[in-house]
Design a protein around this ligand. Structure first.
Ligand SMILES: CC(=O)N[C@@H]1[C@@H](OP(=O)(O)OP(=O)(O)OC[C@H]2O[C@@H](n3ccc(=O)[nH]c3=O)[C@H](O)[C@@H]2O)O[C@H](CO)[C@@H](O)[C@@H]1O
Length: 381
C-alpha cells in the first residue's frame, strides 16, 4: 500500500523522527522506515533503545566519509529504494547529507517531500558546512514544512515559501525527551553513568559534547585547553562525551587523558546522556539538539560555536554563544559557576521549542494530506 517513506541516517535524525514514526503508526498509516546508516553504532543504539527495526538499512557508512562521497554513493541507492517502494510521500529531517539526498531523489521521481525541523538558518552558508546549504536546498524541494518555532516559520516565509505549506509544530526533540524520561528503563543508571556521577560527588557537574566539523583540529584543542583549566579549579567535575568520529574524539582523548576531575565518556547512549544532562550544572556543547534539550531540563547552555540556527535559545537567555576560544569558554563558564544569579537567570529562561506533541501534529497533517498524495501517486503510474 502506498505509504510514507521516512528516511534518516544519523543519531539525531533518528531521535527526532521516531516520535513521528510512532504517531503515524498509531494512526495505522502505512510507514516504511529507511535508514541509510550514515552513522552506525550510535544510530543503532538509538534504534535498539526505541525498539525500532528499520525496514530498509543501506549500511552506507565508510570511515572518514566526506559529504560528497556519501552523496555519490547514496543517490543511486535511495533512487532504487524509492522506485521499488513507490511511496506517496518521503519524510526527512533537518540538515544531513542523508536528508538532502533523499529529498533530491524524491524530487526527480516527483514524490512530494515533508521536511521536519524546517526553517533553521544560521545565515552563513559556510557555518555550519554543509548543513546550512543542505537545509536551504531541502526547503526548495519540500511542499510540507514542519517548523519547530514561529521564528523558523518566518524565515521560510521570508524565503518565499507559501505560508499554507508551513506548519509550526514544536521540535520533536521535546517529544523524545518526554518519552525517554517516562520510560521505566530510564530509571536504571547504567554502570558508566553511575561511575561518572559517583566521581562528581560534592562537586558541580559540567557536561561537554563537541563533534562539529568546524571545531575539528584547532577548535577541539582550544576546547580541551579550556576543560583542563576548568577542571583545575577543583570544585567541579566534567563529563566529556566522546563522539565515535575519530576527528571529533582523538584530540580530546590525547589532551585530557589522566586529567583530574575529567571523565571521558565514550558516546553515552541517549538515555544515559539525558540522565547526565539532567544532573549537570551547565553544559558546554556545539550540538544542535542539546541546545533544545538542555533548556527543557533547566540546564544553562554555553554553545561552542560562533553562530547558531537556534536564536530562540539565545534570545530567551537559556543559551549563550561562546565560540571555541579557550579564554572565552573559561570566562563564561567561571561566570556561571561564581555568579549564582547569572546561573539562576539562565536556568529560569522561557522554553521556546514546544510542548512535546510535535510528532502528533506532524502525523495529523500528513494524514490530512494523504488523499492528495495518493491521487498524485496514481496519476504518476
Ligand atoms: C547544524 C546542526 O546543529 N545540526 C544538528 C545535527 O544534530 P546534532 O548537532 O544535534 O547532533 P548530535 O549532537 O550528535 O546529536 C544530538 C542528539 O544525540 C544525543 N546524544 C548526544 C551526545 C551523546 O553522547 N549521546 C547522545 O545520545 C542528544 O541527546 C541529542 O538528542 O543534525 C541534526 C539532524 O538533521 C539536526 O537536527 C541538528 O540541527
Amino acid at each position: 500500500m502506498a505509504g510514507i517513506l521516512v528516511v534518516f541516517g544519523t543519531r539525531p535524525e533518528a531521535i527526532k523522527l521516531i516520535p513521528v514514526v510512532r504517531a503515524l503508526q498509531r494512526r495505522r498509516m502505512a510507514v516504511t522506515v529507511c535508514t541509510t546508516g550514515q552513522h552506525r553504532e550510535i544510530l543503532d543504539s538509538v534504534l535498539h533503545g526505541a525498539g525500532l527495526a528499520p525496514d530498509i538499512d543501506l549500511a552506507i557508512m565508510r570511515d572518514d566519509q566526506s559529504p560528497i562521497d556519501l552523496m555519490a554513493r547514496l543517490l543511486p541507492r535511495l533512487t532504487k529504494v524509492m522506485e521499488e517502494e513507490r511511496p506517496c510521500r518521503v519524510l526527512v529531517h533537518g540538515d544531513t547529507t542523508t536528508a538532502l539526498v533523499a529529498a533530491i531523489c524524491a524530487y526527480h521521481l516527483e514524490i512530494p517531500v515533508g521536511h521536519v525541523e524546517a526553517g533553521l538558518r544560521s545565515g552563513d552558508n559556510r557555518q555550519p558546512w554543509p548543513e546550512e546549504f543542505n537545509r536551504k536546498s531541502i526547503s526548495a524541494i519540500a511542499d510540507l514544512h514542519f517548523a519547530p518555532t514561529a521564528h523558523a516559520a518566518k524565515v521560510l516565509e521570508a524565503e518565499g515559501i507559501p505560508s499554507a505549506s508551513i506548519h509550526v509544530t514544536g521540535n520533536t526533540s521535546v517529544d523524545a525527551l518526554h518519552a525517554i524520561r517516562s520510560d521505566p528503563r530510564y530509571s536504571g543508571l547504567s554502570l558508566g553513568v553511575r561511575a561518572t556521577l559517583a566521581s562528581t560527588l560534592g562537586k558541580r557537574f559540567i557536561l561537554v559534547t563537541c563533534h562539529r566539523r568546524e571545531n575539528h583540529g584547532r577548535g577541539l584543542a582550544q576546547i580541551a585547553t579550556a576543560i583542563r583549566a576548568i577542571a583545575s579549579r577543583g570544585d567541579v567535575a566534567l563529563g566529556i562525551c566522546l563522539h565515535p568520529n575519530p576527528n571529533a574524539h582523538a584530540p580530546l582523548r590525547t589532551m585530557l587523558r589522566g586529567c583530574e576531575h575529567v571523565n571521558l565518556l565514550p558516546a553515552p547512549t541517549y538515555p544515559d546522556f539525558i540522565k547526565l544532562l539532567s544532573t549537570a550544572h551547565l553544559v558546554l556543547t556545539d550540538s544542535g539538539g542539546v541546545q533544545e534539550e538542555a533548556p527543557a531540563l533547566g540546564v544553562p547552555v554555553l554553545v561552542l560555536r560562533n553562530t547558531t540556527e537556534r536564536p530562540e535559545g539565545i534570545e530567551s537567555g537559556a543559551a549563550r554563544l561562546v565560540g571555541s576560544q579557550a579564554e572565552t569558554i573559561i570566562a563564561e563558564t567561571y561566570r556561571l559557576l561564581d555568579d549564582p544569579l547569572a546561573h539562576a537567570r539562565m536556568k529560569r529562561s522561557p522554553f521556546p521549542y514546544g510542548d512535546g506533541r510535535a510528532g502528533e501534529r506532524i502525523a495529523s497533517i500528513l494524514a490530512s494530506q494523504r488523499e492528495a498524495d495518493v491521487s498524485l501517486l496514481t496519476a504518476r503510474r
